[in-house]
Design a protein around this ligand. Structure first.
Ligand code: NDP
Length: 454
């Protein structure tokens, strides 16, 4: 049987673009890619990239206050949101163009269209055209979800927060995950009165508990009105604002409300269920470790599979797919040890097991240092930093590393190299400190703070 293409990719985000480029340029496959919105996907268009630029923008008032304390005659005025936003939009357009250009240079045919799957080798474009492909890769990502009860309440999600025509004076952010916590810090830093409701006992569920408490404490100290154990009971629009009655505490009115209550895979109406493919909970496309679905010619990578919803993971999954299917090298991405950073202020960099998960697995020693870093202690700030290692007592291997500090994302990237190589605590101890830095604590902690198990 002959096909129009060797590979048809649906979705022009991180995972789909990487798979398409490698299959085409490295392995000579004839590849097409369909994208219905903007090339680059969530990461480039309404996720990591604009978010990180907003993190930078939000950090300047604090920097200027610190500069003053150091003796600078420095003042900061108001943020010109329009100026920032215009530059932001231009940057995203530039990146979108770079993604498109890379695909074109790799010889990939681009269809600016929605595509659905009509058979194991068949795809239909929005204009009705049918194309065939030996393999189909679904890389359609995910989207934010608002709880059913509030779906028509006119609230924002992380999609709309990048499109705000002006900064609100006050905002309520609902949720306690990556997105809610990052945006609470960003908007607070931008000068918006920020309230965050989280229904549980502490934000960032699933991460190291001590780190979660540390981040929450710093966020509150920085001015975020964090309400734990709190959800929305009633909400209505009143005079252009949103009146909210919470489950605890007094009712209040906000200029804007943003839900960051999780994301859902974009698997709806792709035609997969009609082919007999049963979707998993939350709409995820079930795949094996090679990203292959139950239909052998159809694969899926990235957030649509709801494994670990992170850009670098989608990229690795897409690359491994291309190596496996077109490079003749069966390759899969091991989801076991994923370093990640949460761009709260302060940042959180983390890899491996939390203290709680590690102590359930066997005897461990915990090394933890919480201290006032030199840069801000000098000007009398109470800001604290945390460095933590979780060590297996039997093997001396470092099982987890958790850093709450400015630039923790940069630090964890480097610590992750050692930890992924299986570094032991003795390896950390043997490494000479780089002085004076915050990260030197990682190699100078000699006495366990706590120990668990025999
Ligand atoms: P998360 O799943 O991380 O968090 C969702 C939050 O919303 C949780 O606190 C959850 O509470 C809460 N929640 C869920 N449903 C409700 C509800 N009905 N009412 C009230 N609260 C609710 O999702 P995010 O949207 O924050 O992020 C999605 C994913 O995107 C992340 O897991 C991450 O993989 C990725 N991401 C990565 C970033 C990075 O690398 N820096 C940045 C942003 C996103 P509970 O804990 O009780 O379930």
């Amino acid at each position: 049987m002959t096909f129009d293409y060797d590979l048809f990719v649906i979705g022009g985000g991180s995972g789909g673009v990487r798979a398409a480029r490698i299959a085409s340029s490295q392995y000579g496959a004839k590849v097409a890619l369909a994208e219905e919105y903007r090339m680059g996907g969530t990461c480039v268009i309404r996720g990591c990239v604009p978010k990180k630029l907003m993190v930078f923008a939000s950090s300047f008032p604090g920097e200027v206050a610190d500069a003053q304390a150091y003796g600078w005659d420095a003042q900061i005025g108001a943020l010109d949101w329009q100026a920032f936003h215009t530059r932001l939009r231009a940057e995203l357009t530039r990146l979108e163009g770079a993604y498109r250009g890379n695909l074109e240079r790799a010889g990939v045919t681009i269809h600016d269209s929605r595509a659905t799957v009509t058979g194991p080798h068949e795809v239909r474009l929005a204009d009705g055209r049918e194309v065939t492909a030996r393999h189909i890769l679904i890389a359609t990502g995910g989207r934010p979800v608002v709880p059913e009860k509030w779906r028509d309440a006119g609230c924002m999600t992380s999609n709309e927060v990048f499109e705000m025509p002006a900064l609100p004076k006050s905002i309520l952010i609902v949720g306690g995950g990556y997105i809610a916590s990052e945006f609470a810090c960003i908007l607070n830093g931008l000068g918006v009165e920020t309230t965050q409701f989280y229904r549980g006992a502490q934000i960032l569920r699933g991460f190291d508990e001590e780190a979660r408490g540390h981040i929450a404490g710093e966020m509150v100290a920085n001015g975020v009105d964090l309400r734990l154990g709190t959800d929305i009971l009633e909400m209505e629009r009143r005079d252009g604002q949103t009146w909210v009655k919470p489950t605890t505490g007094a009712a209040a009115t906000y200029d804007a409300v943003m839900f960051a209550t999780g994301r859902r895979p974009n698997s709806d109406d792709l035609g997969l269920e009609a082919l007999g493919l049963k979707l998993g909970p939350n709409g995820a496309i079930p795949v094996d470790r090679y990203s292959q679905t139950a239909i052998p010619s159809i694969f899926a990578v990235g957030d649509v599979t709801d494994r670990a919803n992170l850009t670098p993971v989608a990229i690795r999954e897409g690359h491994a797919f291309a190596d496996t299917v077109f490079g003749g090298k069966p390759t899969f991405f091991d989801h076991g040890l994923i370093p990640t950073a949460i761009f709260t202020q302060p940042e959180f960099g983390t890899i491996g097991l939390s203290e709680e998960a590690a102590r359930d697995q066997g005897p461990v020693d915990v090394y933890c240092a919480a201290f006032r870093p030199m840069r801000t202690a000098f000007i009398g700030r109470d800001k604290r930093t945390m460095m933590k290692l979780i060590v297996c007592r039997q093997t001396d291997k470092v099982l987890g590393c958790h850093i709450v500090a400015d630039h923790a994302g940069e630090m964890i990237q480097l610590a992750a190299v050692a930890i992924a190589m299986g570094a032991s605590k003795a390896d950390f101890d043997r490494t000479l400190a780089v002085h004076p830095t915050m990260a030197e604590e990682l190699v100078t902690m000699r006495t366990a703070t706590r120990s668990y198990g025999e």
